[in-house]
Design a protein around this ligand. Structure first.
Ligand code: NI
Ligand code: MN
Length: 233
């Protein structure tokens, strides 16, 4: 059984019963998470890009839990320099194998800088992830606008994507209407919206997204409240 815990924004914890995979651990500055849970000890951390609302508490959690961190080359190397012992710097198209499954770095259209010590360091390419865990295929889009090759990402998951995690908040990423189009492109059995209502600038109604998805695509939309868990079907 594969479960997903949502911490709000773009932070998720996937669990297969043995291992846990933490994605974009923005917790301490996240009003929906309100800090790093004391019992959070992931096996693996996936980072989509360097912005603070995604790289988040990666340093602290990786050092504490000895988790392996997968990220694009520049971010993986930087985390290593900061004292993270197990990093996997990789590039778009790479499929990385873990005890729990695989993670493939896929394209995202966005920017990526690491804000550190009052400076902005280059973070390389932003990415999304195509994740295989517990027999399920999951597309985590990261921060991105709509792009038509989301079709290709959907086709990479055979026979079909089980789940897509897509941003809907607008301003920094696609908003609701483009995200509905993204659902039609990547064709997941289920979609869960993310990256909304964390701050005023990314305000969006997830139920409007759900109505539009279910009116115009074959996918089902599940709105997962921050702090709650969802079992993948
Ligand atoms: Ni960003
Ligand atoms: Mn963001």
């Amino acid at each position: 059984m594969t479960t997903l815990r949502y911490f709000g924004h773009s932070c998720f914890l996937l669990k297969d019963g043995t291992n846990s995979v933490l994605i974009d651990p923005f917790l301490s500055g996240n009003p929906h998470a309100g800090g790093v849970p004391a019992d959070l000890n992931p096996t693996t951390i996936l980072v989509s890009h360097g912005h603070g609302d995604h790289i988040g508490d990666t340093l602290e959690i990786a050092k504490r839990s000895n988790a392996t961190v997968l990220a694009v080359f520049e971010i993986g190397e930087w985390l290593g320099q900061q004292g993270v012992e197990k990093t996997i710097p990789a590039g778009l198209g790479g499929i990385i194998k873990f005890d729990w499954g695989t993670a493939k770095l896929v394209q995202a259209f966005h920017s990526s800088t690491i804000e550190f010590d009052g400076k902005f360091l280059p973070g390389g390419d932003p990415c999304g992830y195509l994740i295989s865990i517990g027999g399920k295929n999951i597309y985590f889009a990261g921060d991105t606008c709509l792009f038509s090759d989301m079709r290709l990402i959907g086709e990479m998951a055979q026979p079909q994507l089980d789940l897509a995690l897509l941003p809907i908040g607008g301003h920094f990423t696609m908003g609701i209407d483009d995200a509905v189009k993204a659902v039609s492109f990547c064709n997941p059995r289920t979609v869960i919206p993310m990256h909304y209502n964390t701050f005023d600038v990314v305000a969006a109604d997830p139920n409007e997204f759900k109505r539009k998805v279910e009116a115009s695509t074959k996918s089902r939309c599940v709105v997962v409240p921050p702090g709650s868990e969802y079992t993948l079907e």
